[in-house]
Every structure is written in C-alpha cells, then in structure tokens.
Design a protein around this ligand. Sequence first.
Ligand SMILES: Nc1ncnc2c1ncn2[C@@H]1O[C@H](COP(=O)(O)OP(=O)(O)OP(=O)(O)O)[C@@H](O)[C@H]1O
Ligand SMILES: [Mg+2]
Length: 229
Amino acid sequence: MTPPPGTLLTAENLRKSYGPTVALDGAAFSIHPGEVVAVMGPSGSGKSTLLHCLAGIVPPDSGSITYDGRELAGMNDAGRSALRRSEFGFVFQFGQLVPELTCVENVALPLRLNGTSRKEAERSALSWMERLEVDDLKDKRPGEVSGGQGQRVAVARALVTGPRVLFADEPTGALDSLNGERVMELLTDAARSTNAAVVLVTHEARVAAYSDREIVVRDGRSRDMERAI
Ligand SMILES: Nc1ncnc2c1ncn2[C@@H]1O[C@H](COP(=O)(O)OP(=O)(O)OP(=O)(O)O)[C@@H](O)[C@H]1O
Ligand SMILES: [Mg+2]
C-alpha cells in the first residue's frame, strides 16, 4: 500500500507476537517531518514494540513499514542499521549513557562512530549541550549528574547527528514532574528547530501534551485520538 503523501514514516497492519503473546495486532502509524506524535496506552499494550518496529530494531511478523519511500522489510540488516545510525536518534527511559565516558564524550560518540574527528565531534557535541543547558557538565561522568541532567545529555546525544526522526521511549519516566517538563520542553524545542519528527512513547498525559497528535495503543491495536485544544 502507498503511504499518504507527505508522510515520513508510515506503518500499516503491523503484527508481532512473542510466542503466545500478541504484542501488535494490526497497528498502524504515520508521522510527518517535524511532527511530534505521542504514543499512549496502558502497560503491556505494545507501545515499545511499535517503536522498536518503526525504528527497524525489531522486525514485525507481517505488515509494512515505509520510511521516506523505502520499505524497511526490503532492506538487509546492514541497510537498516545504517538507516538507524544516519537518520534516527534514540532516547530511552534511563539515558543509557556510557558510564566510563564524560558527558561531552557521550554526546560526541555517535559522530565519532561515523568517522568524525574528535575535535569536530566534541565541538558539535558542546553546541548541542548548550541548547539542552548541560554544557557546564561536559567533563563530568554520567554517574556524577542528576537524572534530569543525564536525560538532557541523552537528548543532546540523540540529536547530534541531525536525525530526521527522534524515537523517545518514556524519556521522562524516571524523572519528577518538574524535571520531566523541562526535558520535554527542551526536547521538543530542539526537535522542532531541526524539523525532526518525534515518536514519543509515554504513559503520562502531561508529557503527551507536548505533542501535536496522540495515538492510543490498546491490545496491540492503535487509533488516532482527536485532541480538543
Ligand atoms: N522481547 C519480548 N519477549 C517476550 N514478550 C515480550 C517482549 N517484548 C514485549 N513482550 C510482550 O509484548 C507485549 C507488549 O509489550 P510492550 O513492551 O510493547 O508494551 P508497552 O506498551 O511498551 O508497556 P510498558 O508501558 O509497560 O512499557 C507485552 O505483553 C510484553 O510482555
Ligand atoms: Mg514500553
């Protein structure tokens, strides 16, 4: 099936089971460039599975996923991993920073892995850390910063390569509400300023309030919510 015009990432009729457990049961999804879409729903409903399928991390059992006109299933593993490295950024509930590296080295890491020189990578890293208001933490290690600061470092790392889609799975799930709101403000401002689309998985209505549109997943099926603003 042809994706609707103007969409960047589209999924149709996704099914995924883990043994007897049906995680996705015909889920659909679409997002435009620069759009922030919140994926909501109860625990175990299939939100993370949907995100992992959309990002080419987990292959669905059936259904189609199209990114920028290309069918993910038509790519080999190397193609999908190149796509993840160059076009996608990721933020998870616990920042998953490398504990042995300083914060600026963590943010620079995706650029270093793409072959950018250390000096150039750390210069870009630092400018992203400034935007996320964590540049003063550059020489600290992740164990020496707060949860909210660590998540902002993780957001900077996710954006440093200039991704077209930012995947965020409960990015504020481990934070108190004040820190969570600040992370969401900075994350959505930064994404909007670069026209990156954001797939934002969250339980929390106040986090979803930062999105342009909400999708609710229940029992592995998704539907669009019309939000009255
Ligand atoms: N790797 C896996 N192996 C086996 N079952 C899995 C696996 N990943 C997910 N599941 C199951 O698939 C279903 C959907 O899981 P998923 O992680 O997508 O839910 P979720 O909506 O993200 O939940 P939460 O809000 O708790 O993070 C659940 O029943 C879960 O137990
Ligand atoms: Mg989850």
